[in-house]
Design a protein around this ligand. Structure first.
Ligand code: PHE
Length: 369
């Protein structure tokens, strides 16, 4: 049989026996929700960008990168191990054996840093793709923003200190204090065996970068959630192959701890490999749907894909009305179906979810075994 081709934003790709991109995903690639004016994803993006533009650091804004990236950019160049589970075709959409639909915005780190598009940092927003379960908070396409800040090693202290966030009272981080009501940080600026300062970094350089990172992100959340005095933030130790030390930030909002982002001090090898060995930096990646769902009270992740004016028009006035609470409108009444299957070996749950999505589209709200 003749090799089938897949077209992604006008570019043709050969398929092979690893190809597992589905029709329902391919048809949504051109939508780019983060570029639709007044779409809640675009509103959150714009608010985060506005916050970072108020600091003294300069961040280039990137939001038009193609979702088709090499396996090298998505995994290898980020130092993700060859046997890491995220590489499995049951988790990642392969266009063919060398090309995937990016599963995170970190996939662009190498290309952007090597191109020297920005010598101090960038904010990159994009649609990302993961084969996943079906429920109210999971969808195979969602949107992330990646933030990178790189400093000249030589002038790290003065450059980072020029971002004056707030006065410096006691009980604070080494360099900056937080103005939020409560920040729980049991990780401090960590140098533990699971979350080490890199051998390439001095302890003080790593700590300055880590403090600038945490302080920048606390300020971002403080701004996003409307300077709410009841806001609580906590830092959790995390692991990412492309940062060390690494952290996750959680926000306590409406009675629940919500994981908002992952971040850390960039692996020096990535800076070295991209011709930036005189730099040191931090990176974060955050999920925009998560934040938008909380910020606007949107109960179901599939609503972001709705083209119903009853959804979109609710966000038209966001510039004059910063706090918007989504008003649900009638959907189809729910209807349960029980189905039995005899599955061949190697059939993954995610393969089943793909079948459901291709047949039922966004009508399927939850699939449970
Ligand atoms: N790429 C990570 C993810 O998708 C998030 C991240 C980005 C973590 C940058 C650290 C630094 O989970």
């Amino acid at each position: 049989t003749a090799a089938r081709q897949v077209s992604i934003l006008g570019r043709q790709f050969e398929t092979d026996n690893l190809t597992n991109v589905s029709e329902s995903v391919l048809t949504r690639i051109p939508r780019r929700l983060h570029k639709i004016p007044n779409h809640p994803i675009a509103i959150v993006k714009a608010r985060i960008e506005a916050y970072f533009h108020k600091t003294n650091s300069r961040y280039a804004v990137l939001d038009s990168m193609s979702p088709a990236v090499s396996v090298a950019d998505n995994f290898d160049r980020l130092l993700i191990a060859p046997d890491h589970s995220s590489r499995s075709p049951s988790d990642t959409y392969y266009i063919n054996k060398d090309t995937v639909l990016r599963c995170h915005t970190s996939a662009h780190q190498h290309e952007v840093l090597a191109s020297k598009a920005s010598d101090t940092g960038y904010l990159l927003t994009a649609d990302v793709y993961r084969r996943d379960e079906i429920d109210l908070s999971h969808y195979p396409i969602f949107h992330q923003m990646e933030g990178i800040r790189i400093f000249d090693k030589k002038s790290l202290l003065s450059e980072s200190a020029s971002d004056v966030f707030e006065p410096l009272p006691k009980g604070s981080y080494k360099f900056w204090h937080t103005m939020c009501t409560k920040v729980i940080d049991s990780t401090g600026l960590s140098n533990t065996s699971t979350n080490p300062i890199q051998p390439a970094h001095s302890q003080s350089d790593s700590e300055i970068v880590g403090a600038h990172l945490k302080r920048s992100l606390e300020g971002m959340v403080w701004e996003l959630f409307g300077h709410d005095k009841n806001l609580q933030i906590r830092w959790i130790e995390a692991f990412f192959p492309f940062t060390s030390p690494s952290w996750e930030m959680e926000v306590y909002y409406q009675g629940k701890w919500l994981e908002v982002l992952g971040c850390g001090v960039m692996q020096q090898k990535i800076l070295d490999d991209t011709g930036n060995s005189d730099k040191i930096g931090w990176a974060f990646g955050l999920g925009l749907e998560r934040i938008a769902m909380v910020m606007f009270g949107i109960p179901d992740i599939r609503l972001f894909w709705s083209q119903d004016p009853r959804f979109l028009s609710q966000f038209d006035s966001h510039e004059t009305k910063p706090v918007i609470t989504f008003q649900p409108y009638s959907k189809y009444p729910s209807c349960y179906k029980d189905v039995s299957f005899w599955c061949p070996d190697g059939f993954h749950d995610n393969d089943m979810f793909e079948v459901v999505r291709d047949v039922a589209g966004d009508l399927a709200e939850d699939v449970a075994l």
